[in-house]
Design a protein around this ligand. Sequence first.
Ligand code: KPL
Length: 297
Amino acid sequence: MKVTVLGCGALGQLWLTALHRQGHEVQGWLRVPQPWCSVNLQETDGAIYNELLTANDPQFLAHSDLLLVTLKAWQVSVAVKNLAEMLPAGSPVLLIHNGMGTLDELQSLRQPLLMGMTTQAARRDGNLIIHVANGTTHIGPARPLNADYSWLADALHAVLPDVAWHNNMGASSWRKLAVNCVINPLTAIYDCPNGALRFYPRQVELICGEVAAVMQREGYHSSPEDLLAYVWEIVDSTAANISSMLQDVRAVRHTEIDYINGYLLRRARAHGINVPENARLYELIKNKENEYERIGA
Ligand code: KPL
């Protein structure tokens, strides 16, 4: 396969490395207009993989079989729209990011649009990307497709297991949204690892109740108890993690709040549902962002 990976952060470098090692042709696509990108990855067994790969080559993009997008949610739609003209109309675009709402922004995209959710854990430590833990990547259609793309899950599974295909990603996207609505803002506000949320059970419960109400109105089977149990499972299994939002806040970067609790607020408003706890967390994180954007960080 010929693959362009848009976004060369931790997850992007993980996929670039895995694809390259399995003999696929790969290039990275970066914001900086340079013809190469370096990947510097420490595997789960401690081995270091260092390579200089092609980047930003329009000819390569024009022959790519897949555009794999590993950008933060708020960067996705502008970046994808900029490349879409050069990408063949039949080559799928696979989005892997936290949160929801980018599909609404990419409605006019002519390529097949796929979405993915992953529990592969990778983080940046200076110039090194550390592959912290293996996980599972679930992929499937982001909107109705006119061909079968499930072969892609098999191809990607051979590269960075596990990868599984699902024809219906809706309910699992909402369950993942619930996880992110709880863990990301709370850990960013309390400046704590995921596991420390065991100290805030009431808040976790309130958020899950609000997400369940919106999820039901969106047509998905759900209950506050079911979401709560799922969220606690993820809190415990990622107890030592520093959430991506806390990492963003610590690094004074823009967060994905508009696509996590912000998306929930938009859907709640559309259904006339009150979600005060999610609204409060949204405001708190926006205030943090506005504060560091005001001082020019
Ligand atoms: O997706 C995550 C994130 O940090 O963005 C979780 C699941 C909360 C793991 O930390």
